[in-house]
Design a protein around this ligand. Sequence first.
Ligand SMILES: O=C(O)Cc1cc(O)ccc1O
Ligand SMILES: [Fe+2]
Length: 486
Amino acid sequence: MESEPVSNTDVPQGSKPFSKTDGADFPPDLSYQSGFGNHFASEAIPGALPPGQNSPLICPYGLYAEQISGTSFTSPRKLNLRSWLYRIKPSVTHEPFKPRSPGHGRLVSEFDQSNSSTTPTQLRWRPADVPNSPTDFIDGLYTVCGAGSSFLRHGFAIHMYTANKSMVNSAFCNADGDFLIVPQEGRLWVITECGRLQVSPGEIAILPQGFRFTVTLPDGPSRGYVAEIFGTHFQLPDLGPIGYSIVQKFGGELFTARQDFSPFNVVAWHGNYVPYKYDLSKFCPYNTVLVDHSDPSINTVLTAPTEKPGVALLDFVIFPPRWLVAEHTFRPPYYHRNCMSEFMGLIHGGYEGFRSARLTGGRINPFAISMGDGTFLSVAKADGFLPGGASLHSCMTPHGPDTQTYEATIARGNEAGPYKITGTMAFMFESCLIPRICPWALESPLMDRDYYQCWLGLRSHFECEGTDDEQGIHILNGNDETKIPA
Ligand SMILES: O=C(O)Cc1cc(O)ccc1O
Ligand SMILES: [Fe+2]
């Protein structure tokens, strides 16, 4: 996978390297260093990186050397993550942290009975409206669900955000874990200590634990999803401001500290612990070329592992445009109960298609995608799972295609030819931990309280000679005749 670590901090001759954070000064096309997990180096001024050593007595240009480590110093070499930043002033130069006022109250980093609950019921939320009142990325962030604890360094949280305003003269720093940000509406222009990232819907950005960053919104109204992982990092699957306030998320609470210089005053850096982004359209999906429906792990873009081989603290899995070609196969996702928990989001389009029978009677499903030959690609859970919305199917909670999807797939029959699902990007955060759900999410008017009804119409197609639906079927079990209700 080609990943795109942050742009280098090179600035055109004569332009200011850092300025106010309204995003307007972002160069139109940033250049990015590429290669997941590489060691990178970047200099805003030639010669700013010290030659031959990391911490010389005097650094070039009188810069301070500062290390940020993403793993313990003693982690084995191949797992070790750290970067050296050469900056005008060190990060430590700020006033003491104090709890942020007004408090936030919508972020959770340690899930227990006092702040969240569990339910095996299928949950689904409509997309949230972007507020009218000025709201930046920090204030617009709220936790939907999660498990474990940032303090115990094991767990995850799933947040969503709605925002309409750039962060100004403030920087966010997440001491609790890494953020994987999935913008759904509105681009995010992110200033980080390693350079800038322009992240559009359809791309993701990873902001590792500890980095300070500012989110600006060039398009105004913005909405998206954030997965946060505690205690590990994502990897590829085996396959000029007046003053800044630093807002530090620590144990789910926000603290602020003032400093009179930009947190992005890094003039050069090198290392392998960096923010990065990835364009999901570059992901090449693989799947069956003959029969059956492969499980979605084949579409894992990033995984945060646990110590158990193959068991993820959090997988980031996508459902991108792709060809469906399987023969005599039920092509939508199979009905299933999973020992892992599945949180799903939709960036655009519909989710998980099938080529439905010709739509008649002028009843056009707004989520049906025309195939150009008079047939339509309708989508599973189409009318309720909307771009910007979400669903949660926790551990062992049954789910699968809704009634309409099932019936239309069966009606289409075995002769369904190859077709391409286009114009969609859905994703899943999948975890071995069971998420607890925050009150906001359970009490929200956006929660679809009728979600379960999409499956109620699934009727028995059971056919067996000598039985009728009213009576149930009679089978012989040893010497006893057992009646199974229809
Ligand atoms: O539940 C879902 O929609 C996600 C999913 C998709 C799929 O193709 C197979 C299994 C699975 O959990
Ligand atoms: Fe599933």
